[in-house]
Design a protein around this ligand. Structure first.
Ligand code: ZN
Ligand code: ZN
Length: 185
């Protein structure tokens, strides 16, 4: 059975805890999707949730947590990026039992908290991947106020200031300032 799978029969009427954990091999496969060059996941991804059944429907609630080494988009240093996201999922049985969704779970295209299931197993991989895809930072930052690199000498300005005085990029009144300066001088 896959590491992100649980058996349907293990979901009872009373809430039970389900703890799933990804392996390094899983991350090796998945990191390519998110174009993380080579860095290993610092921590495995963990799904910690409570699940129970309401008649034929299955309800899961919990969170997804993990940590990945990413490269900061400003200073290019690698840093541990932590994920901690809510997970909620309501699964209904598929109406047509001959259509078994791949891995037992088929997510609703519109609402990620809804899905359908069939078969004996539920593989939560598509759920984990959808959450990661939504939460993956477009521009990873080692910290909110990362000062980045000096555009002239390349010094990492989080560590040390440099002596360069970068020209302001946008100078709509530069000509005017020069004019005023020359008059004053
Ligand atoms: Zn940075
Ligand atoms: Zn510099």
């Amino acid at each position: 059975m896959d590491e992100l799978s649980i058996r349907v029969e293990s979901v009872r009427d009373t809430p039970g805890r389900f703890l799933l954990e990804t392996s390094q091999a899983w991350w090796e496969r998945v990191r390519k999707i998110f174009q993380v060059p080579s860095a290993p996941a610092s921590d495995p991804f963990r799904v910690d949730m409570e699940g129970y059944r309401l008649g034929e429907r299955l309800l899961f609630r919990g969170d997804l947590a993990g940590c990945v080494e990413l490269s900061c988009s400003r200073c290019v240093e690698s840093y541990p990026h932590r994920f901690h996201e809510r997970l909620e999922l309501l699964l209904e049985p598929v109406r047509d039992p001959s259509v078994v969704p791949d891995g037992g779970i088929e997510l609703d295209a519109q609402d990620l908290e809804l899905g359908r299931y069939a078969g004996d197993e539920l593989n939560f991989e598509p759920v984990v991947l959808e959450i990661l895809a939504l939460m993956w930072p477009m521009q990873p930052l080692c910290r909110e106020d990362c000062a980045g690199l000096c555009q002239i000498c390349g010094q990492n300005l989080n560590r040390e200031r440099c002596a360069c005085r970068p020209e302001p990029v946008d100078r709509p009144f530069a000509g005017l300032a020069k004019l005023l300066g020359s008059r004053r001088g």
